[in-house]
Design a protein around this ligand. Structure first.
Ligand SMILES: C[S@@+](CC[C@H](N)C(=O)[O-])C[C@H]1O[C@@H](n2cnc3c(N)ncnc32)[C@H](O)[C@@H]1O
Length: 252
């Protein structure tokens, strides 16, 4: 059986048995091949904008399942799919802004899929904000370690269609207290007490300390405002670090 990395396994865990999927930006194709192999997804689509990555996927198919005809497609984002053609879309390992661009390219089509599993490599806050502003609800999130990085996996649905649909729907807007930070560190990670949340926040604190030291060392005259902003952010992160064992959304 194909062994998935912890990151790809966490993504695979979001797929319910019987759900069809399209893996957009599939590259090596391991995720859809493994989902099919495990009998979890009866129909998988492997899609990529570049021929090179699709060749990698084809080589993996030939190595593991040469008899099976997989559905490989070339093109940008969801342009290779018909509306509602699959139940779940996976877009993993790309920048958050590119993921938003792919989904925004055809919003009604993006909303025709019941579930989006997204793993942005950066600009995660911008992607969450984009989802919120464009009528998606974030249902679930999880952190997963990959080498020295902690990856954020987001499961979103068209708003009003999720299992938490209605007044109890968990979405960023419901939990907003301090503007931007809730898009950067998801309230869902607090609510579910994600085991990697403390480390995730501590990483951000470490980075902010470096930013603060770099501003101090800078040979510019007026750095007061920059230092103030950095200190404010540090204070906020420290508060979040303290609260990271508490179910904030429910208790407030
Ligand atoms: C870093 S790989 C990620 C591979 C895999 N999804 C994973 O998470 O391990 C990113 C892939 O996205 C593809 N890609 C980039 N922009 C794309 C777009 N607009 N539409 C489809 N695929 C795209 C690239 O060709 C590349 O194969």
């Amino acid at each position: 059986m194909i062994k998935l990395s912890d990151r790809l396994q966490k993504i695979a865990d979001f797929i319910e048995p019987g759900e069809s999927i399209a893996d957009i930006g599939t590259d090596h194709g391991f995720l859809p091949i493994a989902l099919w192999e495990r009998g979890r997804s009866p129909h998988v689509i492997l899609s990529d904008i570049n021929a090179g990555p699709l060749e990698k996927a084809r080589a993996n198919i030939n190595k593991y399942f040469p008899e099976k005809q997989f559905d490989l497609r070339i093109g940008s984002g969801i342009q290779t799919l018909k509306p509602a053609e699959v139940e779940a879309i996976v877009i993993a390992g790309m920048g958050g802004l590119l993921i938003a661009e792919i989904l925004g390219d055809d919003l009604p089509k993006s909303k025709s899929y019941r579930k989006l599993i997204l793993q942005p490599r950066n600009a995660q806050d911008k992607l969450r904000l984009w989802l919120f502003e464009n009528g998606f609800a974030i249902e679930e999130e999880v952190l997963v370690r990959e080498g020295k990085y902690l990856c954020e996996i987001i499961m979103a649905v068209p708003a009003g269609f999720g299992r938490n649909a209605g007044p109890e729907e968990i979405r960023p807007d419901r939990c907003i207290r301090s503007d931007d930070i809730d898009f950067e560190i998801s309230p869902i990670l607090f609510a579910k007490k994600d085991p990697l949340l403390v480390e995730f926040i501590e990483n951000k604190i470490r980075i902010e300390r470096k930013v603060h030291a770099a501003i101090k060392a800078k040979a510019v005259r007026d750095k007061t405002e920059m230092l103030r902003k950095s200190e404010e952010r540090m204070e906020l992160l420290q508060k979040m670090r303290k609260r990271s064992g508490i179910n904030e959304c429910k208790d407030e």
